[in-house]
Ligand binder design. Structure first.
Ligand code: PEP
Ligand code: MG
Length: 569
């Protein structure tokens, strides 16, 4: 079976299938309602304990923002009105606890789901989640607890939500397979952050794999093998060892510059989502942070983060990076990343809609707060500001003018910030790539966002599995655009980086070096491999093959050409 390999490495071991338990709730008449009410109270207490444990685990292993979801769950357990209704039902109708919980849940869920407001709709999902937990406790049904595993497992699930990954025990989960998702899905990004081999988008995985099956997964090729023969196991043992051996070899480049044999020096940095991810950046010898996706600060919570909360998060990253560059992207919400509390209207085409810089230029209150926090934090390290989803020069000028206004405000308040802070844009919309000659005159740097640039150039939804075969990083149109952007940036003397997933692609790194890309930003776990590749290249050799490669008509030919022409040893 082949899915999409999204996080390197070989995982081999027993499958743990995460199926939602089928629970039948029957209505029963009971003689002693008081007993049922004590059951409810006991379940409520146990639920609180479980949720608190999940919160603590998520907080200490991933970060405060991700842990926030469990705070919202706890609030439901503390809601007197909700529990008052359940108690009344038990008392007045003499019914069993689980029945009363499920009836009252239905009532609230229907009510919330019928509301127009996205935020309220989301609350319905939270209520179901929490009461599902309560019912499992009352009925003593075991759920798949990902935080407390007895041995090493490969998790097989339909999808893994942020709360699933938040509670995962990184030492026991040696791989995961999901039915849904693509390279840039939440689960995929988390797998790379946690350095767990993973395959996503494997259709029917839940049907084809059973609990306890022996599974092999190859996070590079997307291959999944269930209950293989001994000789296949032996073959993958060798591959796994080679992978580990390669990882050890990568240690040779730790502490070294990222520089080709003919002295072309680049910077290899990391993409992060929360201050917690800085551990991974430092452990993998990152030269900076090339993309800090600030939207995670805004997610899984009830309202916008304050200026101070943001300041603390940005400052923490800047301080821990000790002067190394930290590129912080302003809020990139919308598309697949929703913020229910902003109550944004439903759109026909969210990826082409009211999102990212478009939203920020409209909701200048949100934008100004973030810029103020960013500027304040810039006094503590080497912060650079980056605007996402820029499609027209006017947007950039407006954003810069708001930034200038905020700077004036800070000066008036005598608050320190870096007066020379660099300002750049993401090049992730073809219009910006085509006009990069003009954009380059108005910014300090570019960072190419290939995840979206592929999507918008080829009109292929990056999260749609059905057309995933069209989402191709070797597409000649993409490579031509990248070359244009790098050349145009360099003509104006600015540096050009890349923070889309292509930057960490081992087959494309040589090509990007040949094109002269200055900075490569990727999952922290891919950085040493990228440096090893760069350090084994001769840039002038790569330059020689780029022209020929850019004449090729298909992605497949481009890929074959790269395989044939570039070998590293
Ligand atoms: C991109 O689009 O390439 C990118 C890095 O941003 P995101 O994946 O957050 O959209
Ligand atoms: Mg993007």
């Amino acid at each position: 079976m082949i899915g999409i390999g999204v996080s390197s490495g070989i995982g081999m071991g027993k499958a743990l299938v995460k199926k939602e338990p089928v629970i039948k709730i029957e209505k029963k008449f009971i003689a002693e309602p008081e007993k049922e009410i004590s059951k409810l109270e006991a379940a409520r207490e146990k639920g609180k304990e479980q949720i608190e444990a999940l919160y603590q685990h998520a907080f200490s292993t991933i970060g405060k923002a991700e842990a926030g979801i469990f705070r919202a769950h706890r609030m439901i357990l503390e809601d007197p009105e909700f529990f008052g209704q359940i108690e009344n039902k038990i008392k007045e109708e003499s019914v069993n606890t689980e029945w009363a919980i499920s009836e009252v849940t239905k009532f609230f869920v229907d009510m919330f789901e019928a509301m127009e407001d996205e935020y309220m709709k989301e609350r319905a999902a939270d209520i179901k989640d929490v009461t599902g937990r309560l019912i499992r406790i009352v009925l003593d049904v075991e759920e798949t607890d990902l935080s407390n595993l007895s041995g090493e497992v490969i998790i097989v699930a339909e999808d893994l939500t942020p709360s699933d990954t938040a509670q995962m025990d990184r030492n026991k989960v040696i791989g995961f397979i999901t039915e849904i998702g693509g390279k840039t899905a939440h689960s995929a990004i988390m797998a790379r952050t946690m350095e767990i081999p993973a395959v996503v988008g494997l259709e029917k995985a839940l049907e084809l794999i059973s609990d306890g099956d022996y599974v092999i997964l190859d996070g590079d090729t997307g291959t999944v093998i269930v209950n293989p023969e001994e000789k296949v196991i032996a073959e993958y043992e060798r591959k796994k060892e080679a992978f580990i051996g390669f990882k050890e070899k990568l240690e040779e480049v730790r502490g070294k510059d990222s520089i080709t044999k003919d002295n072309f020096k680049v910077e290899i940095s990391a993409n992060i989502g929360t201050p917690k991810d800085v551990d991974g950046v430092l452990n993998n010898d990152g030269e900076g942070v090339g993309l800090y996706r600030t939207e995670f600060l805004y997610m899984d919570r009830e309202k916008l983060p304050t200026e101070d909360e943001q300041f603390e998060a940005y400052k923490e990253v800047a301080v821990r990076l000790e002067g190394k560059p930290v590129v912080i992207r302003t809020l990139d919400i919308g598309g697949d990343k929703e913020l229910p509390y902003l109550q944004l209207p439903k759109e026909m085409n969210p990826f082409l809609g009211y999102r990212a810089i478009r939203l920020c230029l409209d909701r200048t209150d949100i934008f100004r707060t973030q810029l103020k926090a960013l500027l304040r934090a810039s006094a503590f390290g080497n912060i650079k500001i980056m605007f996402p989803m820029i499609s027209a020069i006017e947007e950039l000028r407006q954003a810069k003018s708001i930034l200038d206004n905020v700077k004036i405000e800070l000066r008036n308040e005598n608050i320190e910030f870096n007066e020379n802070i660099e300002v750049g844009i993401m090049i992730e919309i073809p219009a910006a790539a085509v006009m990069s000659d003009l954009f380059a005159k108005e910014v300090d740097f570019f960072s190419i966002g290939t995840n979206d640039l592929i999507q918008y150039t080829t009109a292929v939804d990056r999260g749609n599995g059905k057309i995933a075969y069209l989402y191709n990083e070797f597409h000649p149109a993409l490579l031509r655009l990248i070359k244009t952007v790098i050349d145009n940036g360099h003509k104006e003397g600015i540096w050009v980086g890349m923070c889309g997933e292509v930057a960490g692609n081992p087959q494309l790194i040589p090509v990007l070096v040949g094109m002269g890309l200055d900075e490569f930003s990727m999952s922290a776990s891919s950085m040493l491999r990228a440096r090893w590749i760069v350090n084994n290249l001769i840039k002038s050799d790569m330059e020689d093959i780029i022209e020929e490669m850019l004449k090729l008509p298909t992605a497949e030919e481009v890929k074959d050409f790269i395989v044939k022409k570039i070998s590293l040893n």
